[in-house]
Design a protein around this ligand. Structure first.
Ligand code: HEC
Ligand code: HEC
Length: 595
């Protein structure tokens, strides 16, 4: 909200695409370095000229891919995240200034050493050449170790949330599983790329040597270790307050339940993404093992490009799946327990130390949930073109709805467009089809609420808070004033094709005259799931039930179906609803005249 919004259809996917390509290259940059040094030592020890020649050629490929392409995609990541998530990018830079500085020092060492290594094959004695190789690998690995601190912090910032201490954020609860997993991945990828370049060779002896060495000592350890590390990582995340079991839709908190959940098919919509991604990652790892064994076992002297490129693609899926899962586990936060994907922050917990120079900023964070609820999003967002001074009250209903829809469109852009597009990826239009303004307002109020570990309501500044989200959808809470909530609801109901007649009817002062009380309660509490034309139209649900039976049923909705929230209205509303629904079951015509 501090920055203009760059409207791309799904920035998240764009980041994911650039990031996965970059990750494939940058991990190779680490593992490939170790591979070159160890393989060079082996070749020299065995005085194998053909192998050494191959390594020279391989190092050329290595330099081009990691230095040139790696640097381009690396800059590409900065470019995309700065456009898609300027607020989070700025926050990461501020929190880890010295981390980035260290990172860039090691990059410079890495790049210089890679050049010297490549140009030094024929110009240096063997010992010095190998030493340069070690310098390269160590610098590259340390750059992984540093960036891993920052990436894992984004999911589980740990005690940083309350102490704001650099090393607490850096060595956070998922640091070690993630670091070890990445190291294995780096080594495995080195083996995959070695097979890839060897598949161009026509020398069967060389092919065989590389197949055995790269396949058995580099690829297999990774393919076996990665799924295990993934599970360690999930358990560590679960221990750090990430609702992993809930996200994966597991039946329990334990290890077995989690593994079972990964192998259970998810919903048709592709949600939850994390569960699908983990599934593909594990399956691809298994295929990597099988394909490697097949190459080493049956085709070690004659494997070609088709099999090695397939291996590379499978490795890409295995690791891309892991990264995608990590990204999705974090939702709806962009930085866990600190900032939501739309840039809205949680208010700082009381324990957070306030350095004097920053006191003024800390004391009133304009972009925290509480501040935005009090001051309004449109008033706070620096680049919003909406003039909030022009109040919507006092206009006639049609003009008022027009004005609200305009405000609502801006609210949607600011609060929801980081995940939802209008018609493309995770499109909002079908999700709000035929929904009334009142029903949408109610959904918005319930998108996410802060609860403690026992499920009781707590404040947004509770450091142990968990999110109770609308039907487990893991969305950030709605922030903004009541008028903004209504404006967004009006905009969404228009998107969903609800005619403006409905909008007018829901204007509070006109409501009582036109809407029977039971219908109002129905709109508020039930219509979001039971709209006509949806999966569970209310007429079908209430057929053959009288008001008394329905009154009873409304009192125990979660028992009837676990998807239903308990009814929160008054007894009077419950009575009115029961009567309205009883009429609905008998005379469906009453609803059918509403489109
Ligand atoms: C962190 C990403 C994220 C953000 C931000 C987000 N949503 Fe969602 N939303 C989702 C996902 C995921 C679903 C589930 C979609 C599905 O099941 O197909 C969803 C579903 C919905 C639904 C349908 C709910 C149902 O009945 O199942 C509505 C309505 C909705 N979102 C509105 C909003 C609004 C309004 C905002 C902005 C205030 C918003 N969302 C912000 C991720 C997000
Ligand atoms: C979060 C979504 C959701 C909400 C909100 C919701 N329901 Fe349901 N309801 C469901 C689902 C899912 C079913 C199961 C449908 C099926 O099995 O075909 C269901 C089933 C029912 C049934 C049929 C029960 C049976 O015996 O099979 C009734 C009656 C019903 N709901 C009434 C209500 C009423 C009244 C409200 C509002 C107070 C409400 N629901 C709110 C999701 C919801």
């Amino acid at each position: 909200m501090n920055y203009p919004i760059w409207e791309v259809p799904s920035g998240g996917l764009l980041i994911a695409f650039v990031a996965i390509v970059h990750v494939l290259v940058s991990h190779f940059a680490v593992g490939g370095g170790l591979f070159l040094v160890l393989a060079e030592l082996k070749a020299r020890r065995e005085q194998d000229g053909a192998f050494l020649d191959y390594l020279k050629r391989h190092s050329r490929f290595f330099i081009l891919l990691t230095l040139v392409f790696g640097a381009m995609t690396g800059v590409g990541i900065w470019f995309t995240i700065a456009l898609v998530h300027p607020q989070a990018t700025s926050s990461l830079i501020n929190t880890f200034v010295w981390g980035w500085a260290m990172e860039w020092c090691f990059f410079v060492i890495e790049i210089a050493a890679a050049m010297v290594y490549y140009y030094g094959w024929d110009r240096m004695d063997a010992r010095t050449h190998v030493r340069v190789g070690w310098i390269y690998f160590i610098a590259a690995w340390i750059s992984l170790v540093i960036i891993n601190g920052i990436l894992s912090y984004m999911l589980t910032p740990g005690s940083w949330v309350t102490n704001r201490f650099f090393w607490s954020g850096f060595f956070n609860p998922t640091y070690f599983p993630s670091m070890i997993m990445r190291t294995f991945v780096a080594m495995g990828l080195a083996g995959v790329y070695a097979l890839l370049t060897a598949s161009w060779s026509r020398d069967p002896d060389l092919k065989q040597k590389i197949a055995r060495y790269a396949g058995l000592y580099w690829i297999l350890p990774m393919a076996v270790a990665v799924p295990l590390m993934l599970i360690w990582y999930l358990l560590a995340a679960a221990g750090a307050n990430v609702p992993v079991a809930e996200i994966l839709q597991a039946d329990g908190e334990g290890l077995g339940a989690m593994i079972a959940a990964i192998f259970t098919a998810g919903g048709e919509s592709g949600q939850p993404v994390a569960q699908r991604a983990a599934y593909y990652s594990v399956v691809a790892s298994i295929l990597v093992i099988l394909l490697t064994l097949a190459i080493v076992g049956f085709r070690r002297r004659s494997y070609g490009r088709v099999s090695t490129i397939s291996l590379l693609l499978l490795a890409l899926v295995a690791m891309g799946g892991g990264e995608w899962m990590r990204e999705d586990l974090r939702k709806p936060y962009v930085i866990g327990q600190f900032m939501f994907v739309n840039g809205v922050r949680l208010p700082a917990p009381e324990e957070v130390p306030t350095p004097p120079a920053e006191a003024a900023w800390q004391a009133k964070d304009r972009f925290s949930v509480d501040a935005l609820n009090a001051n309004g999003v449109l008033r706070t967002a620096l680049w919003s073109p909406i003039d909030v001074g022009e109040a919507a009250t006092g206009l006639d209903p049609a003009a008022r709805a027009e004005r609200e829809a305009e405000m609502g469109a801006e609210m949607f852009k600011l609060s929801c467009s980081s995940c939802h597009s209008v018609d493309g990826y995770l499109a909002i239009r079908p999700l709000v089809e035929n929904q009334s303004v009142a029903a949408l307002e109610r959904t918005l109020s319930n998108l996410a609420r802060p609860v403690d570990s026992a499920g009781n309501p707590t404040s947004w500044s509770d450091p142990g808070l968990q999110l109770a989200t609308w039907r487990g959808r893991r969305m950030p809470p709605f922030v903004g004033t009541d008028a903004e909530r209504r404006a967004l609801a009006v905009y969404l109901s228009r998107l969903g094709g609800t005619p403006d007649a409905g909008v007018e009817a829901a204007v509070p002062d006109a409501a009582e005259a036109t809407v029977p009380p039971g219908l109002q309660v129905y709109e508020d509490y039930c219509s979001i799931c039971h709209q006509p034309g949806g999966d569970w139209p209310m007429e079908e649900m209430v057929k053959g039930r009288d008001a008394e039976a329905l009154y009873d049923l409304i009192g125990r909705l979660p028992e009837v179906n676990e998807n239903m929230p308990p009814f929160e209205g008054t007894d009077e509303e419950r009575r009115a609803l029961a009567e309205y629904l009883a009429g609905l079951g008998g005379s469906p015509a009453q609803r059918e005249d509403q489109p």
